[in-house]
Design a protein around this ligand. Structure first.
Ligand code: SF4
Ligand code: SF4
Length: 379
């Protein structure tokens, strides 16, 4: 397993986490076997958004004495009052469900303000006592860090700008990133993903990820496989289905992403998911699918790494990533991005303009020009 920092939280997550939704309604023996396989494979991050007591207890019992070996994303406001998975902002209800979760797990590593996608969700969290309750949970040590979940880039950006969250669970996959931000990607997922709506990387989504990188907010990813549709020959919006490994690689190469949560319900599914770790670069490579939409990406770095190796040792994708962040507001580049850039062994100024990278880039990125611009902006 490989591990990454979750932003500035000081916590390190396995790059593959376990989404536990599909363990809901399963017998304890199956829950235990699945959790055991995940932990044996080095998974240390579990997402537990389900409000039902039985599944929560089964997961906690399966973890047993290994509680300190795993981190739990527990969701505040996830209930089953009207339906199996429901959202509540009513404080007594919110407290009842979350305190049951606390009781079951002892403490929660990431207390996630649940599902902030709309203006109404935002008001329900920040204009009631909800956010105060969350802060109190942290002060009491019941939750170690404050996070939130969202599928909407504009709303996620607004939540981040309150300064309250330390991390974010966000839906990231290639299809969602191609939808304009104003489209409700979750609705599209339910109705069927439609390629005709894709117009290159949505700038608001790209800006959200780079904002996270700038602010030191770590992202954990949900909907990595687009609810299974991206890997389905029948439902994929692309000319061919992606593999699960390609979907994971795509999400893991977005800025600020620490971990992708993958839903598994058997030990075999866990083992199959973890095969990603042993795959070759070419097996994980998602650009062949992007190439079918080549013109949508022309000139824009997608951080795929195809341009390597650079003879002077520049990590071109990383320099391009910092450059993209700097370009968002070139007059006010954050000190943290300057310091990340300064920490690179080799940077844009080391480019000798040999051009070998440009011939390997599938998206015609003007790399030599970018290296010079990075050297000038980030010096
Ligand atoms: S410059 Fe091209 S090849 Fe290199 S990481 Fe960016 S998109 Fe990929
Ligand atoms: S052109 Fe610059 S960045 Fe590209 S491979 Fe040559 S030295 Fe490296």
């Amino acid at each position: 397993m490989r591990y990454r920092q979750i932003g500035n939280t000081g916590e390190k997550a396995s790059i593959i986490g376990l989404g536990c939704e599909h363990l809901d309604g399963k017998p304890f023996s199956q829950v235990k076997a699945t959790i055991d396989a995940a932990l044996a494979g080095g998974v240390n991050l579990l997402d537990v958004f389900m409000p039902g007591t039985e599944v929560r207890e089964n997961i906690a019992k399966a973890i047993g004495k290994r509680r300190s070996d795993v981190m739990v994303q527990g969701h505040i406001g996830s209930t089953d009052v009207r339906q199996q998975y429901d959202i509540s902002r009513d404080l007594p209800t919110v407290k009842k469900y979350f305190e049951t979760l606390l009781h079951i797990f002892g403490y929660i590593d990431f207390g996630m303000m649940f599902f902030i996608d709309t203006d109404e969700d935002y008001k329900g969290v920040f204009e009631t006592g909800f956010a105060d309750y969350v802060q109190k949970l942290k002060q009491q040590g019941d939750i170690r860090h404050i996070g939130f979940s969202s599928h909407n880039p504009a709303m996620a950006t607004r939540v981040l700008k309150t300064g309250l969250p330390e991390m974010m669970l966000f839906s990231i996959n290639l299809a969602f990133d191609l939808y304009p931000a104003e489209v409700n990607a979750l609705d599209e997922l339910h109705q069927g993903l439609d390629k005709s709506a894709f117009h290159g990387f949505d700038p608001d989504r790209a800006a959200l990820y780079t904002l996270c990188e700038t602010m030191g907010i770590g992202i954990t990813v949900m909907k990595t496989l687009g609810g299974g549709k991206l890997v389905s020959p029948e439902h994929t919006p692309f000319d061919r289905p992606l593999t699960a490994a390609q979907c994971m690689e795509y999400a893991l190469t977005r800025p600020a992403v620490a971990s992708v949560m993958v839903g598994c319900q058997t030990p075999e599914e866990v083992k199959d998911t973890l095969r990603y770790l042993d795959m070759s670069e070419s097996e994980r490579d998602y650009t062949p699918v992007m190439n079918t939409l080549r013109n949508d990406f022309k000139g824009n770095c997608v951080y795929c790494g195809h341009c390597q190796p650079c003879p002077v040792g520049i990590d071109i994708a990383t320099v391009n990533k910092y450059l993209d962040i700097a370009r968002l507001d070139a007059k006010h580049i954050s000190p943290s991005i300057r310091s990340h850039y300064a920490g690179l062994d080799k940077s844009g100024g080391d480019c000798i303009a040999c051009g070998s990278c440009e011939s390997r880039c599938p998206f015609d990125v003007p790399i030599i020009k970018n290296m010079a611009e990075a050297a000038q902006l980030l010096r």
